[in-house]
Design a protein around this ligand. Structure first.
Ligand SMILES: *[C@@H]1O[C@H](CO)[C@@H](O)[C@H](O)[C@H]1NC(C)=O
Ligand SMILES: *[C@@H]1O[C@H](CO)[C@@H](O)[C@H](O)[C@H]1NC(C)=O
Ligand SMILES: *[C@@H]1O[C@H](CO)[C@@H](O)[C@H](O)[C@H]1NC(C)=O
Ligand SMILES: *[C@@H]1O[C@H](CO)[C@@H](O)[C@H](O)[C@H]1NC(C)=O
Ligand SMILES: *[C@@H]1O[C@H](CO)[C@@H](O)[C@H](O)[C@H]1NC(C)=O
Ligand SMILES: [Zn+2]
Length: 466
C-alpha cells in the first residue's frame, strides 16, 4: 500500500515536471507566457523564483480600462514584467555568487529572444541534476530571465512580420532602447514605466553580466552605443576602458552561435567581421540600455541581434533555439571571468560603497561594493593591480594573476581587510559626475591617448583658421 502511494506521488511529480517541460515552438502571448512561467515555478519550486519587477503602460491611459478599474475590486494597470530567477538559491543573493541576466523583446516586434529564453528556461530546469555542467552552472550562478520587457508592443504587433512595425515601441510610443539616461548627452525622453522598472531592478541586484536580445540583424554589439571624441568618436569607434573584455564577450557569443561568427549579417551591404561590432561603429544611439548598465549599473551588457527577420514564422523557432543554445550557455559562464571578493574591516564587517577597480581602467562612475562589501570585476587573464579605496583611508593595492576560470564557475577570489572603519564611513557616497560624464577634451581617458586629442584639436584649429 505504501509503495503504491509512493508510486502515485512519483507519477504526479513526473507529470508536473513533464507538463512544464512540454514547451512547443510557438509564440506565447501574455497569458500563455505567464502560465508557462508559473508552471515551471510550480514544478521546480526550489530551483526557481518568479516575480514581476513592475508593470507596462497599457491601460494606464485607456479610458475603457480606467472605467473598469474604478468599479473593480482588483484594478488592472498594464501587464506584469515577469522575471524568472534560476539557481541553487533563487530567492536571494548569496555572497560570492554572481548575478546574471537576459532581457528580451524590449522592442515588441523583435520576438525570437522572447521564445528562445523560454526554451533556455526549459533546458536549464530539465538539465539540473542530470547534466553536470548545467548543475554546476546553476549551483554557482544566479540567472535572471526576463522574456519580455515590452509586453504591450508584442501584443500590438501583427505576426509574422520581418520588418519594423509600431509594435517596436511601448504603449506610449517610446522606444525603450532610447529611453535610459545617457552618459554623453541629456536624454530628454520621458522615462517610461518599463524603463523605470528595469532601472530599479538594476539598482537592487548586483548584476555583473547581461545581454539584451533583439532582432533585425545578426551580430553581437557592445558598448558604447554613444560617444564623443574622448571615447574615440572621431575614429568612428566609441571605446570603453573595458573594450578588450567586451570584444571577448561579444566574440564568445558569436563564435558559439551556428552562423553569427561568419559575419555575413543579413545582406551583402552590411558585414561584421567575426559577427561582432562596437555599437557606435554600427550606428550611434542615445539612451540605450547597454551603456546604462555599464556606466550606472556596474554590469557589462551586450546587445544580441539574433534574426534577420524580426518576427519570423513559428516553424523557424526550433532552428533559432538550436542555433543559439550553446552560445546562450557559454555566454552565461563568462560571469565568472576575472576577480571577485569582499571588502571588510578587521572584524569581518562588510564595507559597502568602497571603490574597487583595476588600475589603469577607471570607470567614469567608480565601481563600488554592494551592501555585503562585495565587488566583481570582469577581466581577461593577465596580471592586474586591484585598488580598493575606503574614504578616509589609504588605498589598498593587491597584485593578482588572473587565469581563465570560467570552466570552474568561479572568478579568482581576492578579499580586502581594512582597519576598524565603523566610525569613519558615514557612507558619503560620491555620486557620478554630471552629464555629459565624458567631458570633451578636458579629461584624459584611459581609452584614448591624450596626444591623439591634441593632434586632432590642432588639425581642427588649422582647418578652421586656414
Ligand atoms: C483598452 O482596454 C480594453 C480592455 O482591456 C481593451 O479591450 C482595449 O483594446 C483597450 N484599448 C486600447 C486603445 O488599447
Ligand atoms: C549542487 O548543489 C547541490 C546542493 O548543494 C549538491 O547536492 C550537488 O552535489 C551540487 N552539484 C554539483 C555538480 O556541484
Ligand atoms: C546637461 O544638463 C546639465 C544640467 O542640467 C548641464 O550642465 C549640461 O551642460 C547639459 N549637457 C549637455 C550635453 O547638454
Ligand atoms: C586608487 O583608487 C582611488 C579611488 O578611485 C584613487 O583616488 C587612487 O588614485 C587610486 N590609486 C592608485 C595607486 O591607482
Ligand atoms: C576549481 O575550483 C576548485 C575549488 O573551488 C579548486 O580546488 C580547483 O583547483 C579548481 N580547478 C581549476 C581547474 O582551476
Ligand atoms: Zn531592437
Amino acid at each position: 500500500m505504501r509503495a503504491a502511494a509512493a508510486d502515485v506521488v512519483g507519477i504526479l511529480i513526473l507529470c508536473l515536471a513533464s507538463a512544464a517541460a512540454a514547451l512547443d515552438f510557438k509564440y506565447h502571448h501574455a497569458k500563455e507566457l505567464e502560465e508557462y512561467l508559473r508552471g515551471v515555478h510550480a514544478a521546480y519550486p526550489s530551483l526557481t523564483h518568479l516575480h514581476s519587477i513592475g508593470r507596462s503602460v497599457e491601460g494606464l491611459y485607456n479610458f475603457t480600462l480606467i472605467l473598469k478599474n474604478v468599479f473593480s475590486p482588483s484594478p488592472l494597470k498594464g501587464r506584469d514584467l515577469w522575471v524568472l530567477v534560476l539557481g541553487r538559491f533563487p530567492t536571494h543573493h548569496k555572497i560570492g555568487i554572481p548575478e546574471f541576466k537576459y532581457v528580451a523583446n524590449m522592442h515588441g516586434d523583435e520576438t525570437v529572444g522572447r521564445e528562445i529564453l523560454l526554451h533556455l528556461i526549459d533546458f536549464l530546469v530539465t538539465s539540473y541534476g542530470r547534466d553536470p555542467v548545467i548543475t554546476r552552472l546553476l549551483n554557482n550562478t544566479r540567472i535572471h530571465i526576463m522574456p519580455t520587457m515590452n509586453p504591450d508592443g508584442f501584443e500590438a504587433t501583427k505576426m509574422p512580420d520581418c520588418y519594423y512595425t509600431r509594435g517596436r515601441y511601448n504603449r506610449n510610443g517610446e522606444d525603450l532602447n532610447r529611453n535610459f539616461p545617457d552618459a554623453f548627452e541629456n536624454n530628454s525622453a520621458r522615462i517610461q514605466p518599463e524603463t523605470r522598472a528595469v532601472m530599479d531592478w538594476i539598482k537592487k541586484e548586483t548584476f555583473v553580466l547581461s545581454a539584451n536580445l533583439h532582432g533585425g540583424a545578426l551580430v553581437a554589439s557592445y558598448t558604447f552605443d554613444n560617444g564623443n571624441p574622448v571615447t574615440g568618436s572621431l575614429e568612428g569607434y566609441s571605446k570603453s576602458p573595458d573594450d578588450d573584455v567586451f570584444i571577448h564577450l561579444a566574440r564568445t557569443y558569436s563564435s558559439n552561435h551556428a552562423s553569427m561568427y561568419k559575419g555575413t549579417g543579413c545582406d551583402s551591404r552590411q558585414t561584421f567581421p567575426e559577427g561582432i561590432t562596437n555599437g557606435y561603429s554600427w550606428y550611434q544611439l542615445e539612451g540605450g540600455m547597454q551603456d546604462y548598465n555599464y556606466v550606472w549599473g556596474q554590469c557589462f551588457e551586450i546587445t544580441l541581434e539574433l534574426s534577420c527577420c524580426k518576427y519570423p514564422p513559428e516553424d523557424q523557432l526550433g532552428k533559432f533555439w538550436r542555433d543559439n543554445k550553446v552560445a546562450l550557455i557559454e555566454y552565461i559562464k563568462q560571469v565568472h571571468l576575472g576577480v571577485k571578493g569582499q571588502v571588510t574591516d578587521k572584524n569581518g564587517n562588510p564595507i559597502p560603497n568602497a571603490i574597487v577597480e583595476a588600475k589603469g581602467r577607471p570607470h567614469i562612475c567608480p565601481y563600488r561594493t554592494n551592501e555585503q562589501g562585495e565587488y566583481f570585476l570582469l577581466l581577461l587573464p593577465g596580471t592586474y593591480v586591484i585598488n580598493a579605496t575606503v574614504p578616509g583611508f589609504k588605498s589598498m593595492l593587491k597584485t593578482v594573476e588572473i587565469r581563465d576560470n570560467t570552466g570552474n564557475f568561479s572568478a579568482l577570489k581576492q578579499d580586502f581587510s581594512f582597519p576598524d572603519v565603523s566610525d569613519k564611513i558615514t557612507s558619503r557616497v560620491a555620486s557620478c559626475p554630471k552629464i555629459p560624464l565624458y567631458q570633451e577634451f578636458t579629461r584624459a581617458s584611459a581609452a584614448v591617448k591624450p596626444t591623439v586629442h591634441i593632434l586632432v584639436l590642432m588639425t581642427v584649429m588649422l582647418l578652421i583658421f586656414k
